[in-house]
Design a protein around this ligand. Structure first.
Ligand code: FCB
Length: 470
């Protein structure tokens, strides 16, 4: 009997270690030895789009009618404010009024493209009612960009929704999708003669995780099943918007894409099979649910921990994007905690921490993020990449190293057409308020004065070096 037990134990241990061995072999992050890498040794094609990115609620100011405006006045269950330091977006960095000055800042950087979002709540203050002043505002913004040779890229939905839409159940209800389509139709009809690049949704994976799973974003729900339904409906709305855009007369030549946040995950302990399982689940839920749907038309959302998966198929998904936008910030270690999945995500050990909690400085990962999206077989735009760094310690190197990773990816044959730094300006970082400093330009929130950070000059140098090629 004792011998048998020893044997069973021996076999089980062998299988375990063999499995761990193969898992470890199969897992490889692309990383560089930065001390011995010449980040000046890069190449970008002449037509490359060099840009900066912002989102309406984070920079414009004057939002009084959307999900975030409401959220900023709410309290957590323990009575603390929803937004760190009780911040409210308020006039933000007043980009609504100061965009002419901000376009000059883009010019000073040498950039030739600008990614921004339209405020659905300003444009459609009531269901199916349009506000002509807001529509004119964006029209003027577009004209000014073009007059300065800056190619606009518009995001239709960047975490912000009209409050009336949220109150009627938002994307939890499939029957609400037409409101978003009417908004999209209107702005595409008005601006498509001047704007070629459109993205439907910014980071649906972040939007549902924060708004419906962890509850950090409005509407503050914590229900994996609802999160899975919202994601499904957002992807439906994405497909319909794509089809609609290509049907409208003046819009046939538009390029319409979806923007994904890609996070790389790895086990906190490489010898722990449970952490490997957690890594698989995190990657599946966060990255693969959407990637798989776009590749195959099959939607499968795992309702963790024990719910029945949500499934649905629409083959049109595979033809619903002319390009893909990749937002990349960092990677995370998974220390599996089934009872509290959010707590499973930890900063990767032995790396410098940025000011954005859990994000370590890991520019290398941009290469693997590109690789992950490359089998969608469409052009890739890096629609966001940046670092929260108020002291400007890491920014310069982060920029050089990220651009090196992009350049290496281009060299290796990946079809990358543009790079947008997040962000042009410091801004309202959602539930973290004004605590995070992502701007190439620092903004004094009292005077609204903008000044270029030292580290940002690395971006300016590279942009000027390559955007002036003949
Ligand atoms: C991304 C968001 C963007 C900004 C950055 C830091 O997930 O798209 O609005 O908050 O993170």
């Amino acid at each position: 009997m004792r011998n048998l037990l020893v044997k069973v134990f021996f076999y089980a241990a062998s299988v375990y270690f063999l499995l761990i061995f193969f898992l470890n072999i199969g897992f490889q992050n692309t990383e560089w030895d930065w001390k011995n890498t010449n980040t000046y040794d890069i190449f970008f094609p002449k037509e490359f789009l060099w840009g900066t990115a912002t989102a309406a609620h984070q920079v414009e100011g004057g939002h009084t009618n959307n999900n975030w405006y409401w959220w900023e006045s709410q309290k957590k269950e323990n009575g603390e404010p929803r937004i760190l330091n009780n911040d409210v977006s308020g006039i933000a960095v007043d980009h609504w009024n100061r965009y002419p000055e901000d376009i000059q800042l883009m010019k000073d950087l040498g950039t030739n493209s600008y990614r921004f979002s339209l405020s659905w709540s300003k444009i459609m203050p009531k269901p199916l009612v349009f506000d002509s002043l807001s529509l004119e505002h964006y029209s003027d913004l577009i004209d000014s960009l073009l007059a300065h040779d800056i190619e606009p890229m518009i995001t239709l939905h960047h975490f912000e929704e009209p409050l009336w839409f949220m109150k009627m159940g938002g994307f939890e209800k499939e029957e609400n999708i037409p409101y978003f389509l009417e908004f999209s139709k209107k702005v595409i009809l008005l601006y498509a003669d001047r704007v070629s690049y459109w993205t439907t949704f910014n980071e649906p994976n972040v939007f549902i995780n924060e708004g419906y799973f962890s509850g950090y974003f409005p509407p503050g729900k914590k229900d994996a099943r609802i999160a899975g339904i919202v994601l499904k409906n957002i992807l439906k709305a994405h497909i319909s918007t794509y089809e609609l855009a290509h049907k409208l007369n003046n819009a046939a030549s538009l390029k319409v894409g979806l923007v994904m946040s890609i996070f790389l995950f790895e086990p906190a302990n490489y010898l722990n099979i449970i952490d490997w399982l957690g890594t698989y689940l995190a990657n599946d839920g966060f990255n693969e649910t959407i990637l798989r749907f776009l590749k195959t038309g099959n939607y499968r959302y795992l309702v963790l921990p024990f719910g029945r998966p949500i499934k649905y198929t629409d083959l049109n998904a595979t033809k619903s994007f002319d390009f893909i936008g990749v937002n990349y910030y960092s990677h995370l270690a998974v220390k599996m905690n089934l009872l509290d999945p959010i707590e499973s995500l930890q900063p990767v050990k032995d790396e410098e921490l940025t000011e954005m909690k859990r994000y370590t400085v890991f520019p290398d990962g941009l290469y693997d993020a590109i690789k992950m999206t490359s089998d969608l077989n469409v052009p890739i735009y890096i629609t966001e990449n940046g670092i929260g760094d108020s002291k400007d310690i890491y920014r310069g190197n982060f920029i050089n190293r990220s651009l090196y990773a992009v350049s290496e990816a281009i060299k290796d044959g990946y079809d990358i057409r543009g790079y947008y730094y997040w962000s042009l300006l410091d801004n309202f970082e959602w539930s973290l308020g004004y605590s995070q400093k992502f701007g190439l330009y620092e903004v004094d929130l009292k005077t609204q004065e903008r000044s270029l950070r030292k580290g940002s000059k690395q971006y300016q140098n590279t942009v000027l070096r390559f955007s002036q090629q003949n």
